[in-house]
Design a protein around this ligand. Structure first.
Ligand SMILES: C[S@@+](CC[C@H](N)C(=O)[O-])C[C@H]1O[C@@H](n2cnc3c(N)ncnc32)[C@H](O)[C@@H]1O
Length: 260
């Protein structure tokens, strides 16, 4: 998988992308990440990449010329061109909301480019012609597209075959690919079994795999019902097994409340 990130702050991206899973994926040759400095395509003594907005107003706007040149040049080094099959993503707070489904889609493409916005954003002609998809990581405004690009990079990289130690771990996760993709993940515990008088749920220590699977499923159901009513609505109706697990949880909770 080849990912190109075009940014005014390449060091910010390179540093974060060198660590942990994304760093290891590069060392293992699974991810070919290229981080480009947009100023390499900017002209003049000051390599200016931004200018004042037409019509006035606060802030600066990234100029189309260096952005077009950068994307064309980055695509050309593998014989690709604008509007070929290679997706060009633009980070933008008003873009399509980034999701696990989008990460899965991107992980299945051999190559894509991320264009990081800065200042007030990028000249709209870039968006109209070069950009395949504008992507937002949430309803808040960041200073630049570098953190959103890293979010996309991380979420996609961990889905690439061979990147995670245990291949099934991405499947089981919250928003994973398996049947319970609308459910949040169950809680995790590790040693010690008792920490500051807090005990790990006994079922997890029982060695009974059926009971452990039931407990995890029950916890996923409860968490989703309590924390993400939007996902819960989509997940309903419950199967008989899920209804039974949920009823057992609610009964137990009621019993505890009555017992004080
Ligand atoms: C200060 S923001 C520009 C905000 C823009 N003037 C607006 O009101 O929508 C600068 C850049 O950061 C990036 N950015 C900021 N928030 C983002 C978000 N939630 N998701 C994705 N990119 C974001 C975009 O690339 C954007 O062009």
């Amino acid at each position: 998988m080849r990912i190109d990130i075009i940014t005014l702050f390449p060091e910010m991206v390179r540093q974060a992308a060198g660590a942990s899973i994304v760093g290891r994926a590069q060392t293992a040759g699974i991810l070919d990440l290229r981080v480009h400095d947009l100023r390499d395509w900017a002209e003049g003594r000051h390599r200016q990449a931004d200018d004042a907005p037409f019509g006035g107003g606060a802030g600066m706007v990234m100029m189309p010329k260096p952005v077009f040149a950068a994307v064309e040049s980055v695509l050309a080094d593998q014989g690709d061109a604008i509007n070929d099959a290679v997706p060009v993503l633009l980070t933008a707070p008003d873009g399509e909301r980034f999701s696990q489904a989008m990460a899965q889609e991107l992980a299945a493409t051999p190559r894509f480019v991320i264009l990081c916005g800065h200042y007030e954003g990028i000249d709209e002609r870039v968006r109209e012609t070069i950009v395949t998809r504008a992507v937002s990581i949430g309803d808040y405004v960041l200073t630049g597209g570098e953190l959103p690009a890293l979010v996309v990079l991380d979420a996609v990289t961990r889905l690439l075959p061979g990147v995670l130690g245990n291949e099934s771990s991405a499947e089981d996760e919250t928003f994973g690919a398996s049947d319970h993709h609308l459910l949040l993940e169950y809680p995790h515990y590790t040693r010690p079994a008792i920490f500051r008088e807090m005990a790990v749920p006994a079922t997890l220590l029982s060695g009974n795999h059926g009971k452990i699977a039931d407990w995890r499923r029950q916890q996923s159901l409860v968490r989703t019902r309590e924390h993400r009513p939007d996902l819960w609505e989509k997940f309903l109706p419950l199967s008989k097994r899920d209804q039974k697990l949920l009823d057992a949880y609610d009964d137990e909770k009621e019993r505890k409340a009555e017992a004080g």
